[in-house]
Design a binder for this molecule. Structure first.
Ligand SMILES: [Zn+2]
Ligand SMILES: [Zn+2]
Length: 347
């Protein structure tokens, strides 16, 4: 396919990306050309623009949370057909390293992420390996399908890592685009009593409106004590979606004995745990990281949403055309805009 298309391109770190015209890419062997219909702007895109996360090269087309329609198939692809509605796992694994061979594709030694390692999906068209493309059920619209591939799949993976069981208690630190979905999955799928914690009033209001059973403002310096009191001794699992060493420490300290703290927030600082070593042992606490998601997480979520077992209300808070990317970026940066997930669309 020839011709030009629109693409949101980052040219240099520290400067917002701009909408430019570039050639439509050709799918290579084993790849698929997707016509983008929706692609969320992730909080991590802000880190890429600021430069705290580096891209493999510049310029780079942004965007790693897409849904769309299969437009063309590269050589050797027979698992998909043109015109098919799909979502895309934006974590492109090599498929052959030791970790990939053990099924841990999210930990691939040569992991290449859309919009970071290879051109992303904030464009009219983009290419990905066929193995990253998953059919989208008709019951799910393109914007929701898009955010399932990251904003909902990332907390799903973290929840599965936590080993949480039905009827337990959980603290969710950070109620932005990831944490709010974690709270909703925990309540709807695991009947977990959730305490949502954030410093941002708009995020707390969103959480209340979306049915999170209990919310606590983290500016209240008694937050750990409050969690312990409310759960009669501490939560079974805590989730860190903030990206702060201090919050990791809070997560550990609000656990009951045998509890697990899962960290999905990213920050380059070293952990400095206030917790005593003897407490870690005496309470048999577990601290673990959780990176991204797998095709299985996305496939399971698509099934759960299409059959009505999971519903996320209006967490797609903004849908904007590709031409309006800058408005979406500004909304995400504005603390009082109540933006949960901003999704860019194209026809
Ligand atoms: Zn993301
Ligand atoms: Zn690999």
């Amino acid at each position: 396919m020839q011709g030009l298309m629109r693409a949101v391109r980052l040219d240099s770190v520290g400067v917002d990306p701009s909408l430019v015209e570039v050639p439509v890419p050709e799918p290579g062997g084993g790849e698929v050309l997707i016509a983008m219909r929706a692609c969320g702007i992730c909080g991590s895109d802000l880190h890429v623009i600021e430069g705290s996360t580096r891209t493999a090269h510049l310029p780079m087309t942004m965007g790693h949370e897409p849904s769309g329609v299969v437009h063309a198939l590269g050589a050797g692809v027979d698992s998909l057909s043109t015109g098919q509605r799909v979502v895309v796992n934006g974590l492109v694994a090599c498929g052959s390293c030791g970790l990939c061979r053990h099924g841990k594709l999210n930990l691939c030694e040569r992991l290449s992420i859309l919009g970071l390692g290879r051109d992303g999906a904030h464009a009219d068209y983009f290419t990905v390996p066929a193995g990253n493309v998953i059919p989208l059920p008709d019951e799910i619209d393109f914007p929701l399908g898009a955010i399932i591939t990251d904003a909902i799949a990332t907390p799903m993976h973290a929840i599965r890592k936590s080993g949480v069981q039905e009827g337990q208690t959980a603290a969710v630190f950070g109620l932005g685009g990831l944490g709010i979905h974690a709270a909703m999955i925990l309540q709807q799928l695991y009947q977990v009593e959730v305490i949502g914690i954030d410093v941002d009033d708009a995020a707390l209001a969103n959480a209340r409106r979306l049915g999170v059973s209990s919310v606590v403002n983290a500016r209240d310096d008694q937050v750990i004590q409050r969690v312990r009191e409310q759960t009669r001794g501490g939560v079974d699992v805590a989730f860190e979606f903030v990206g702060s060493a201090a919050v990791v420490d809070q997560g550990l300290r609000c656990l009951r004995p045998g509890g697990t703290c899962v960290v999905a927030g990213v920050h380059p600082n070293r952990l400095e745990l206030g917790l005593r070593q003897e407490t870690l042992v005496a309470r048999e606490l577990t601290l673990t990281g959780s990176l991204g998601f797998t095709n299985e997480d996305i496939t399971d979520l698509l099934r759960l949403v299409s059959t009505g077992q999971l519903a996320f209300g209006d967490t797609v808070s903004h849908t904007l055309d590709l031409d309006e990317y800058q408005i979406g970026l500004d909304a995400l940066r504005q603390p009082d805009s109540a933006a949960i997930r901003v999704v860019i669309t194209a026809e």
